[in-house]
Design a protein around this ligand. Structure first.
Ligand code: FES
Ligand SMILES: [Fe+2]
Length: 428
């Protein structure tokens, strides 16, 4: 359970809010590079941390991320003409460059000082790993881009996509610290299990859903390790990481293609999931790329021309009750849509956490809340988030390992997380 005040702090990311200011100390993905495919291409509306912006690539290929509304009388610059080193408003022709400078006011004779006064707010950008990253904080505090492993692999080993997720961003982020839900929400029932709704118990809901948590503060944020007793003298440890403030590499067994989830607030009621995928040791296969592009169990199919999943709130995520009865715990096809079905509205599009009844399985969620609340409140007191000065610490792997139950799991885990280790499965 969380007080109303804490809930407000965690969930609001507009300018001037504590969490909004925390986000503005870090580089965050603003859009995919493919959305601005070349010089003078059409501009794109971007809403980020509740700010309405427009992105464009000028004649030289430089990227602009500026206020969406024209400084003259507020027309939407999405309709603008992207021409000759700037974006020109189609209402009365005022023009802005990638730095937000007002470079032309063709409908009046005005002194330069007036043009200077009409500059649009603009944000710094970087293009890396198929994403355009934005920094929306004070320029003098701009950090380096973190040394994510996925930014360092060859292009052939890497793919990134995004899709829109409903509900406040923090509900989605909590799902990343909720290892136990995988056993239920994302489960497919075997032929020998009892169908939902029948009598005779529910063998598909077993003790394997119970996890024991070890959560540690780290240089980059949190290591959230969930242990499951496999019942044969061994334990599985899955450690998702929180790379402050919103990036979660997903625990992966050695040798398998890796995944990272970056949860980016659009406004307080929706977010983007940016999803880098990479294999440190080999190019991604045609089969993998086909699923990443066209949808599959792990990827929602998108409405053509958009980044919005076809399975969405308006159609109850296309739930198939026959499939739910026979083999799928939810009856919802893709894993991300399964998450969205339960996370978009958790007693509110911005979840109301005042009536929760938390159990030990929710420990990592509680600690993640504390971590972010403390960082946001520290910043209000003038204490900058230390992670922005540790870009190298972000080069770390989230691992899924199996060790003897009595083993030093932490030593094994820390050693497995080293990005210098060869990325081959122990069996190969
Ligand atoms: S509103 Fe843009 S030029 Fe007038
Ligand atoms: Fe999930």
């Amino acid at each position: 359970m969380l007080s109303g005040e804490d809930n407000e702090v965690l969930t609001r990311t507009g300018p001037g809010t504590p969490m909004g200011e925390l986000f503005r100390r870090f580089w965050i993905p603003a859009l995919l590079a493919e959305e601005l495919p070349g010089p003078d291409c059409p501009p794109v509306r971007v809403t980020l941390l509740n700010e309405k912006l427009v992105a464009f690539r000028d004649t030289q290929g430089r990227i602009g991320l500026i206020e969406r509304y024209c400084k003259h009388r507020g027309a939407d610059l999405f309709f603008g003409r992207n021409e000759e080193e700037g974006l020109r408003c189609v209402y009365h022709g005022w023009k802005f460059d990638v730095e937000g400078r007002c470079v032309d006011i063709p409908n009046a004779k005005v002194p330069q000082a007036f043009k200077d006064k009409c500059a649009s707010r603009s944000y710094s950008t970087l293009e890396r790993g198929g994403m355009i990253w934005a920094y929306m904080g004070p320029r003098e505090l701009m950090p380096e881009l973190p040394a994510y492993e996925f930014l360092q692999v060859p292009e052939s080993h890497y793919y990134v996509s995004k899709f829109q997720v409903g509900g406040n961003y923090f509900q989605s982020l909590e799902g990343e610290a909720d290892s136990g839900h995988v056993t239920f929400l994302h489960r497919y029932l075997g032929a020998d299990t009892v169908a939902a709704g029948s009598t005779g118990g529910a063998p598909h809901v077993g003790r394997v859903g119970v996890v024991h948590w070890e959560v540690e503060e780290t240089e980059y944020g949190l290591m959230m390790a969930a242990q499951r007793d496999l019942g044969d003298g061994r334990a599985q440890w899955r450690a998702n990481l929180l790379l402050m403030p919103h990036t979660v590499p997903i625990a992966t067994p050695r040798g398998v293609t890796m995944t990272c989830h970056i949860r980016v607030p659009i406004d307080d009621e929706s977010s983007w999931l940016y999803r880098p995928r990479w294999h440190p040791a080999r190019p991604l296969s045609e089969r993998e790329l086909s699923e990443f592009r066209h949808g599959g169990e792990d990827y929602p199919e998108l409405i053509p021309g958009t980044y919005i999943p076809k399975e969405n709130r308006s159609n109850d995520y296309l739930i198939n009750r026959a499939a739910q009865r026979r083999f799928s715990f939810t009856g919802i096809r893709s894993l991300p849509a399964q998450d969205m079905a339960v996370q978009t509205d958790q007693n509110g599009i911005i979840a109301d956490r005042s009536g929760e009844n938390l159990v030990s399985a929710d420990k990592a969620i509680v600690l993640m809340r504390h971590k972010l609340l403390k960082a946001a409140r520290d910043l209000q007191k003038g204490i900058e988030p230390p992670e922005t000065r540790r870009p190298q610490s972000y080069n770390v792997r989230a691992m899924d390992i199996v060790v003897p139950i009595e083993a030093d799991w932490k030593g094994e885990m820390l050693s497995a997380m080293d990005p210098e280790k060869p990325w081959v499965s122990p069996a190969s």
